[in-house]
Design a protein around this ligand. Structure first.
Ligand code: PYC
Length: 314
């Protein structure tokens, strides 16, 4: 199988090239449920250990149902499937351009959670108008056995940006790379506590992304973040869906006006530029801009006898 690997602000994306599966002729959301129940081997063989690091997000290009769209895409990682993936979408567009399959300019892409408009402004530069994002619950206090050692409860917002996030405005630990493993442990403890407390997304969905913020001391970014992804990897990019969730919370608090730029920096120092417009219904429509670079155009092979052909599952 041919794969093209890129990274967006340090966070990798693996696009599967010319993989055509019988997933039905429904929407991308419907195709995702067939993929999940019948062909999860594709995800396991392409993004699980030993072929990949936990940080990798795979992208399967599928036929869109909506005729406005150039393509459909299903994103996945070592833990399962994502609704949307901002860094992955930027990687996908740069990859399709590298392959000569799209021109610079506007393209609509169908994802399992809705249609996103992308604009390829250069060979490596992409902006996208994300799905409607909203702050679902403000100032949620989280205590519990998983956080028993903490004196103060953790306070955060629950928001949707194409995935579900718990956003902690004041990070419990300083956001530096030396703290990545402690931040990861802390993020997992919050995830466990949210589960214990029955705190979920709008329709009972698990909140599987945890985001910590702090104000950067230098530079011109408005905020720095650390994002714990579902499989336990941290996002090297500022996280497109996480930045969308952040903008929704800022808008909810009237802390950022429509059209004003927000620069979100990741824990490794990469940046996304973001703005939003109010949505017609409850939330906002974010626009996120970033860049991706390709680093491998490769063929995955399976040798007979390899006990870990299908990936290491745990
Ligand atoms: O950029 O939206 C994103 C994302 C989600 C998980 C990893 N990256």
């Amino acid at each position: 199988m041919r794969v093209i690997d890129s990274h967006t602000g340090g966070q990798p994306t693996r696009v599967l090239i010319d993989v055509s599966l019988p997933l039905g002729s429904g929407s991308v959301a419907e195709q995702l449920s067939v993929l999940r129940s019948q062909r999860d081997d594709i995800r396991r063989e392409t993004v699980l250990d030993p072929k990949c690091s936990d940080a990798m997000v795979g992208a399967l290009v599928v036929p869109p149902q909506d005729s406005r769209c150039s393509a459909g895409v299903i994103f996945f990682n070592s833990a399962g499937y994502l609704g949307m993936c901002g860094h992955g979408l930027i990687g996908l567009m740069v990859t399709l351009y590298y392959l000569g399959r799209i021109d610079q300019g506007d393209h609509f892409i169908e994802t399992p959670v809705g249609i996103v408009k992308t604009t390829l402004t250069g060979p490596n530069q992409v902006s996208f108008v994300n799905v409607e994002s909203f702050c679902f619950q403000k100032d949620v206090r989280v205590t519990g056995s998983s956080l028993a050692c903490e004196e103060k409860p953790i306070v955060g917002d629950v928001a949707w940006g194409g995935n579900w996030f718990f956003l902690v405005e004041t990070s419990p630990l300083s956001l530096c790379t030396a703290n990545i493993s402690s931040l990861t442990d802390y993020g997992f403890a919050i995830r466990r506590a949210l589960k214990e407390l029955g705190i979920t997304g709008l329709h009972g969905e698990e909140i599987d992304h945890i985001e910590f913020f702090e104000k950067p001391e230098t530079g011109h970014a408005n905020s720095k973040n650390f994002v714990l992804c579902p499989g336990g990897a941290y996002d090297r990019s500022p996280c497109g869906t996480g930045t969308s969730a952040k903008l929704a919370c800022l808008a909810e608090r009237h802390a950022l006006a429509p059209g004003d730029e927000w620069v979100q920096e990741s824990i490794v120092g990469s940046q996304f530029k973001a703005t939003y417009e109010p949505a017609q219904a409850k939330g906002i429509i974010p626009t996120i801009a970033g860049e991706a670079y390709i680093f491998a155009d490769a063929t995955l092979i399976q040798q007979s006898g390899d006990p870990f052909q299908k990936g290491i599952k745990w």
